[in-house]
Design a protein around this ligand. Sequence first.
Ligand code: NAD
Length: 505
Amino acid sequence: RGNGFGTSALAEEELITPPVQINYTQNLINGQFVDSASGKTFPTYDPRTGEVIAHVAEGDAEDINRAVSAARKAFDEGPWPRMSAYERSRILLRFADLIEKHAPELSALETWNNGKPYEQSLKSELPLLVRLFHYYAGWADKIHGLTVPADGNHHVQVLHEPIGVAGQIIPWNFPLIMFAWKVGPALACGNTIVLKTAEQTPLTALYVAKLLHEAGLPPGVLNVVSGYGPTAGAALASHMDVDKLAFTGSTSTGKVVLELAAKSNLKPVTLELGGKSPFIVCEDADVDKAVELAHFALFFNQGQCCCAGSRTFVHERVYEEFVEKSKARAQRRVVGDPFKKGVEQGPQIDLEQFEKVLRYIKSGIESNATLECGGGRLGSKGYFIEPTVFSNVKDDMLIAKDEIFGPVQSILKFKDIDEVIHRANSTRYGLASGVFTSNIDTANTLTRGLRTGTVWVNCFDIFDAAIPFGGYKMSGIGREKGIYSLQNYLQVKAVVTPLKNPAWL
Ligand code: NAD
């Protein structure tokens, strides 16, 4: 099938993407595309219209069993953990080159299934993907243990070994980037993987997994199963033969998978969960620049970012001007068909998220926040929502407490730095924060006071592969990216042998 351009409202000359085919809809197990064990499929949609674009194999517990067996065998007997780290590195480099070569098709498929603007996917997300696999290819042959002096009578080697079969569960908001954050470090360390994609966005992971095999990945090392959370996801989290679980999604599901892991084989779990990130605009801020950055911090990816700057705290001295300009900026935001040039915002992912966001907007209005602009649906089909700005938001309103995961900016007023640190930290989340100031002392005070895994100062959403990412408090456990994610995928083995003639330490 084509990507529906013929039927869309777009004029031919406005098309900016190559036509894309959906070639892979089956589960990828042991290097082969196969139907689900039950023979069942489920529909996947185009969020621009709500129409079905493909039927995908629906994996459940039996498919997870088959995928885990393949991964287990590939780990216990296969070449991947045993080959030279240099060779693993070269496969990852070849894979990065293939992603680069296929970037236009991959971006188009991502847009078709997820709704994010094609230009955003092609120009900012695909380069991050390539960079990430280059980065972890670079690590593959630099992971090594150490020796420790111990008591002088023993020779002690500390080996860093791959942890085994990794189970990985990812969400729908950045299907390809979440694939990369999980798969990159796990492969660099020599592990094998069973990855479950989000039911809303199964398509691009299957496409890139195929490219990874083209790059030389042995069969069984990466297995990709599509399916729903309570069936396929839960089976993976509770599987006795999975040695490690990595999850990204909502905090409530994070608790469920942590419990499943604990009740089965006590596999270690890393979690990347929700957030309610503060973006703090100080009194010395250049208001125009602050407005633009705060707008980006919230509205990027249709507001569907775990780290979205969803509480915009603005100093009272610049508050009025900031609100006026933020409203004007939101009204200028270009919303429309994400395949179209210049579009900044596409549809929300699905009907459930669309309705949830509209419910939060209603709650903001009912709690007497000031609706500056937006607030409703755009168009009559698909899941488009008007860029929405609330001012006069108070800390105890639902829109200031819950993760909305949509294009809804909440602007709050503050007076001084200690107060804003306290209020910014008064949340169960601690994923990220943004600080906008030209005063180095203010920046230092804020960066040390904020209890979040990332603090972006005068920037936001910088996701380079080398920068660790993860949450304090209920935003998660552990870090992804950077050197920190290697620890998630390694076991540490101490090998102790007596020294016959301790000569020197
Ligand atoms: P979700 O938790 O419902 O789904 C995430 C994944 O978990 C999906 O693959 C889903 O199928 C699976 N899942 C659902 N129930 C499961 C179960 N019982 N057992 C095992 N797996 C299960 O989240 P969502 O609503 O799809 O995604 C949005 C949420 O994800 C937001 O809250 C957002 O903050 C969070 N998120 C966090 C990050 C991060 O890096 N911290 C990144 C992206 C999204």
